[in-house]
Design a protein around this ligand. Structure first.
Ligand SMILES: CCC(=O)SCCNC(=O)CCNC(=O)[C@H](O)C(C)(C)COP(=O)(O)OP(=O)(O)OC[C@H]1O[C@@H](n2cnc3c(N)ncnc32)[C@H](O)[C@@H]1OP(=O)(O)O
Length: 638
């Protein structure tokens, strides 16, 4: 007897067109597709070609028409402003159509780009949906990025309009956003015509006459805009993610395939019914926020929580339990780092006992590797299935998961369970041969990728091909290394590129190196990711100074730390750096970052055969001990 997961999985690979055409019946089409899977330009595949849709209609209007108008669409819970505010589907339709009217009055139409740089307020979701309503393409930029990063995205996306707020609130710190936005526009070559600013009571932003528009005033005057039909294959959004250089990659998602896949995941992966409450405790600036704060729950007619707070400190490590019990959350989705923070402050789960969590049916973890300790802690305290699932900004939804709506498999800590339907996940060795079960290699997905994934990089189809499709012809390279065991369980071990994962945030060490190298006193540098008990990984820098530099090392180190914060943003969490005389390299000049990382993490390492001068590793070890890493730290911990 095969279970529902096996049936779905096998059909999705044998008959992808039939499988996804069935799923597509659950969304509204203005015009049906002519081809489910368009493979006329292999390896660039498109889904539901010829069809016309509107994503906002499916996420909002359709539910009002079907009688869900009075149901909560969004619950904004903000412990940092002491606010809880519910927006029904009918209210959401009104707000979104009015804000779409504001954007339309500012000249935004089908295909135009709008950058959204907002804190975790429901207006961020309203702005995204308003763009979708007009067929405009939104690009949400995470608030923890600095002006320079925002400017890079402005130059790439060439937005007509920016949407922002006067401030964000980080636990108890008010962060004015408007100066960051103004500075980004100063830095950028492209100048957006208008900025719509949500004035929050904590900070009133200075407005630039003629360019800046007050959200509330404009929305009060605007005429509601209707949904515009777009091609299924038209872009819905661009989401920038770290590449191996300072130029981020603009992941592009379409309308039709995205709606079909995301709606389908709500039941199949998360086992959520329309009307239930789903909480993705992330940020709209990340893909989790796009897929599971905004689009999927709303496409499914569920209620989504917009949480402006932290797992700890707003006000305590019971914050998540308070939100779950107060809003009757059915499933919580968060990053393991959030649970590590809670576990550190409340190891015995005392605060859990204050709340009735009977409503919670499952916890989903993603964004970084889930360590077995965290999974066990969550299992024993919450007493619900704890599902680690693996996905990426590029994929938009889970590559591997324990699909609770199809079949619940026993959990193996350390594994995100099995490839989800639609994903032909394989492990290939360096010679591109299939690895045996249990053998580690490159995790790749046989093309075509299922709907809902990315189909190109904005303005960079060649980079899309080179970065993801070129190395393993016929496959998508995930850039994660791992294995699949005898039972078909996937294990994701490490990145194969220079991306590190800090508190569930994907960061490029190459990009940080570019910033360090721009300091006038730095001759050479390297950045590695070192293991951290709370954030999973933390960046650690090594700099070699130019000959003749007389400034004290301490001052230079403070300057480079500040430079990374100013250039990339606080989200980089770059706080540790050390001065070294030389960097270890191979004879061909490649810096041995992997070996340095092993030394910092106290792991065994083999002397690389091609090392130029083995003595440099000893110097690195000593420097690391000087800042609390390596052997010294091991001894201190033991
Ligand atoms: C599956 C596909 C994916 O991987 S999508 C990505 C999924 N990842 C996530 O959802 C992220 C999960 N992580 C988190 O939510 C946070 O890291 C949690 C766990 C809540 C901890 O937050 P926090 O204590 O602020 O630490 P952090 O490392 O995130 O922050 C570092 C510094 O950046 C700042 N920051 C953060 N967010 C913002 C923001 N929106 N606007 C302005 N600043 C921000 C933080 O305040 C912190 O600053 P500082 O260094 O302490 O001064």
């Amino acid at each position: 007897m095969t279970n529902a997961y096996q049936q779905a999985y096998e059909r999705s690979l044998k008959d992808p067109e039939g499988f996804w055409a069935d799923a597509a019946k659950d969304v509204h089409w203005i015009k049906p597709w002519t081809k489910v899977l368009d493979d006329s330009r292999k390896p660039f595949y498109r889904w539901f070609s010829g069809g016309e849709v509107n994503t906002c209609y499916n996420a909002v209007d359709r539910h009002v028409e079907a009688g869900r108008g009075a149901q909560a669409a969004l619950i904004y819970d903000s412990p940092v402003t002491n606010t809880v505010r519910t927006t029904t589907y009918a209210e959401l339709k009104d707000q979104v159509s009015r804000f779409a009217g504001v954007l339309r009055d500012l000249g935004v139409g089908k295909g135009d780009r709008v950058i959204v740089y907002m804190p975790m307020v429901p207006e961020a979701v309203v702005a995204m949906l308003a763009c979708a309503r007009l067929g405009a393409v939104h690009s949400v930029v995470f608030g923890g990025f600095a002006s320079n990063e925002l400017a890079t995205r402005i130059n790439d996306a060439l937005p007509k309009v920016m949407v922002s707020a006067s401030c964000g609130i980080e636990t108890n710190r008010v962060i004015p956003y408007k100066p960051l936005l103004d500075h980004a526009i100063e830095l950028a070559d492209h100048k957006p015509a208008h900025c719509v600013i949500l004035q929050r009571p904590q900070v009133v932003a200075d407005m630039i006459a003629g360019r800046d528009v007050d959200w509330t005033e404009a929305a009060a005057k605007a005429q509601p805009a209707e949904c515009v039909a777009v091609a299924s294959t038209d872009p819905l959004y661009i989401l920038y993610t770290s590449g191996t250089t300072g130029q981020p990659k603009g992941v592009v998602r379409d309308n039709g395939g995205h709606m079909v896949a995301l709606k389908w995941t709500m039941k199949a992966v998360y086992n959520i019914e329309p009307g239930q409450v789903f909480w993705a405790a992330s940020d709209v600036g990340w893909v989790v926020g796009h897929s599971y704060i905004c689009y999927a729950p709303l496409l499914h007619g569920a209620t989504s929580i917009v949480y402006e707070g932290k797992p700890v400190g707003t006000p305590d490590a019971g914050a998540f339990w308070r939100v779950i019990s107060q809003h009757k959350v059915t499933a919580l989705f968060t990053a393991p780092t959030a649970f590590r923070a809670i576990k550190r402050e409340d190891p015995n789960g005392e605060l859990l006992k204050k709340y009735d969590l009977g409503c919670l049916k499952a916890l989903f973890l993603a964004g970084e590797r889930s360590d077995p300790d965290t999974i066990k802690w969550a299992q024993s305290n919450l007493k619900v299935p704890v599902v680690d699932h693996w996905w990426q900004t590029e994929t938009g939804w889970a590559i591997a998961a324990n699909c609770l709506g199809l079949h619940e498999f026993p959990v193996k800590p350390g594994s995100p369970t099995k490839a989800a339907p639609g994903w032909d996940l394989q492990v290939l060795d360096e010679g591109h041969h299939q690895c045996k079960p249990g053998q580690t290699g490159s995790l790749v997905v046989k093309l075509p990728l299922p709907p809902g994934t990315f189909y190109t990089l904005w303005n960079a189809e060649q980079r899309f091909f080179d970065s993801y499709l070129a190395e393993f012809p016929g496959y998508y390279k995930t850039a994660d290394a791992g294995m699949i065991d005898e039972d078909g369980y996937a294990y994701v071990m490490s990145r194969t590129d220079d991306i590190i994962n800090v508190a569930g945030h994907r960061l490029s060490t190459g990009q940080m190196e570019e910033v360090l190298a721009s300091h006038p006193d730095v001759a050479e540098c390297a950045v590695i990711g070192v293991a951290d008990q709370l954030k999973g990984q933390l960046p650690l820098g090594f700099i070699c100074l130019k000959a003749g530099v007389t400034k004290p090392d301490d001052q230079i180190l403070k300057e480079v730390v500040a430079l990374v914060r100013e250039t990339i943003g606080p989200v980089a969490a770059f706080k540790s750096c050390t001065v070294v005389k030389r960097l270890p390299k191979t004879r061909s000049g490649k810096i041995l970052r992997g070996t340095m990382q092993k030394i910092a993490d106290n792991k065994d390492y083999k002397m690389p055969a091609t090392i130029d001068d083995p003595a440099i590793l000893e110097e690195i070890d000593e420097s690391l001990q000087g800042i609390g890493y390596s052997k010294a730290r091991k001894e201190a911990v033991e």
